[in-house]
Design a protein around this ligand. Structure first.
Ligand SMILES: Nc1nc2c([nH]c(=O)n2[C@H]2C[C@H](O)[C@@H](COP(=O)(O)OP(=O)(O)OP(=O)(O)O)O2)c(=O)[nH]1
Length: 154
């Protein structure tokens, strides 16, 4: 067996391990039979303002991904959530979203509070399957939203 010129089996792992981890939530109306998800419009930084995303953010050094996600959702939306399954992605189990970030996402249901755009966002919108692409998602989120389209019950 000869080595293929240029093959690099470690490349996918390196692509994710060199990026900063972002954790985010697919907040749905019902964890088992979702029909709508909550999209959030960023208010900053200027280059991302107006684009839509999944609420969440970067982990602090001492946190686990799930701890960071609960904290971010409380800070950003003022809610307490119950987490469901993670949405595995094609990049070593996660989703590469920018040249510097890789994201992990979990389904979530609000169990306390009413979602409000408290800090990072200026607008929230519940989207059903038909409206999923009616907002301008961040570039890295488009394939995630595509993967979710078939999971939302009509
Ligand atoms: N939260 C979130 N960030 C996303 C998504 N898609 C996407 O490309 N990103 C990018 C935008 C940012 O460059 C990066 C996440 O940074 P962030 O600004 O949300 O993180 P953070 O809340 O911890 O913010 P900070 O403390 O660093 O200011 O990932 C998404 O769906 N949700």
């Amino acid at each position: 067996m000869t080595h293929q010129l240029g093959s690099d089996v470690e490349a996918p792992r390196r692509a994710t391990s060199t990026r900063r981890l972002v954790v985010a939530a697919i907040i749905v109306d019902d964890i088992l039979t979702p029909t709508r998800l909550l999209a959030a419009r960023r208010s900053r930084p200027a280059e991302l303002a107006g684009r839509w995303e999944f609420p969440g953010g970067k982990m602090d050094p001492h946190e686990t991904p799930v701890e960071a996600l609960h904290r971010e959702l409380h800070e950003e939306l003022g809610v307490v959530v119950e987490l469901g399954d993670e949405l595995p992605g094609p990049d070593d189990g996660a989703w590469i979203i920018t040249d510097r970030h890789v994201m992990r996402l979990w389904f979530a249901r609000v169990t306390g509070g009413e979602p409000a755009p408290l800090s990072e966002h200026d607008h929230l919108r519940w989207l059903d399957a038909r409206a999923l692409f009616s907002v301008d998602w961040l570039d890295g989120d488009v394939r995630i939203v595509s993967a979710l389209a078939s999971m939302l019950a009509g």
